[in-house]
Ligand binder design. Structure first.
Ligand code: SF4
Ligand code: SF4
Length: 148
C-alpha cells in the first residue's frame, strides 16, 4: 500500500505504510517508511538484488509449502530454528542469491520455486522502495567483493 502523507510533513517526503516483508511476529505487521519524493528511479531487479540482503538469520521465512516447492534444494538452502524454517543467509544475503561478477547481475537461484514472501514483494511497491532506501548499497558492495 502506498499512501501520501496525511500529515503536514515536508512535501519532499512520501509516507509508505508497507507490510513488513518478513515479520518476526505471527500477526500481520506494517512498517512506516519515509521516502524522498518523487521516489527515485528503480533499476531492474537483476541489477538491484537489494531485497535479498539482510543481516538477520530470520529474514526469509519458509513455510511448509515453500519447503516442498524447493524440493531437492531445500535441505541445503533452508535452516530450522525450533519449529520455524528460514532461507539460509550467506555473506549478508539469502544463500539462494547468485551474484555474477561478469554480468554484474543478482540472480535468484531458485526463482521459479522461491518462497511466497519473495513472490509477494512487488517491484516498485512501498516495501520495495523501503528496501532500496534502507540498504541499496549492500548488493553493490557484495558485487565488488565478488569481482576480487
Ligand atoms: S523488488 Fe525492488 S528491492 Fe527487490 S530487487 Fe526488485 S527493485 Fe530491488
Ligand atoms: S529466495 Fe530468491 S528472491 Fe527470495 S530472498 Fe532468496 S535469492 Fe532473493
Amino acid at each position: 500500500m502506498r499512501s501520501k502523507s496525511p500529515w503536514p510533513l515536508s512535501p519532499a517526503v512520501t509516507v509508505y505504510a508497507a507490510p513488513a516483508r518478513f515479520p518476526e511476529v505471527d500477526q500481520p505487521a506494517y512498517a512506516i517508511y519515509l521516502i524522498p519524493s518523487p521516489a527515485p528511479e528503480l533499476p531492474a531487479c537483476l541489477a538491484c538484488g537489494t531485497c535479498c540482503f539482510s543481516r538477520l538469520d530470520t529474514f526469509v521465512r519458509v513455510s511448509g509449502d515453500d519447503y516442498a516447492r524447493l524440493a531437492e534444494r531445500a535441505d541445503s538452502l533452508v535452516r530450522f530454528d525450533g519449529n520455524r524454517a528460514y532461507m539460509r543467509m550467506s555473506d549478508g544475503h539469502c544463500s539462494a542469491l547468485v551474484i555474477d561478477p561478469h554480468s554484474e547481475q543478482f540472480v535468484c537461484g531458485v526463482y521459479a520455486t522461491r518462497p511466497q514472501l519473495c513472490r509477494e514483494l512487488a517491484r516498485g511497491s512501498g516495501a520495495c522502495l523501503a528496501e532500496r532506501d534502507a540498504k541499496a548499497d549492500r548488493p553493490l558492495q557484495a558485487r565488488n567483493r565478488a569481482k576480487v
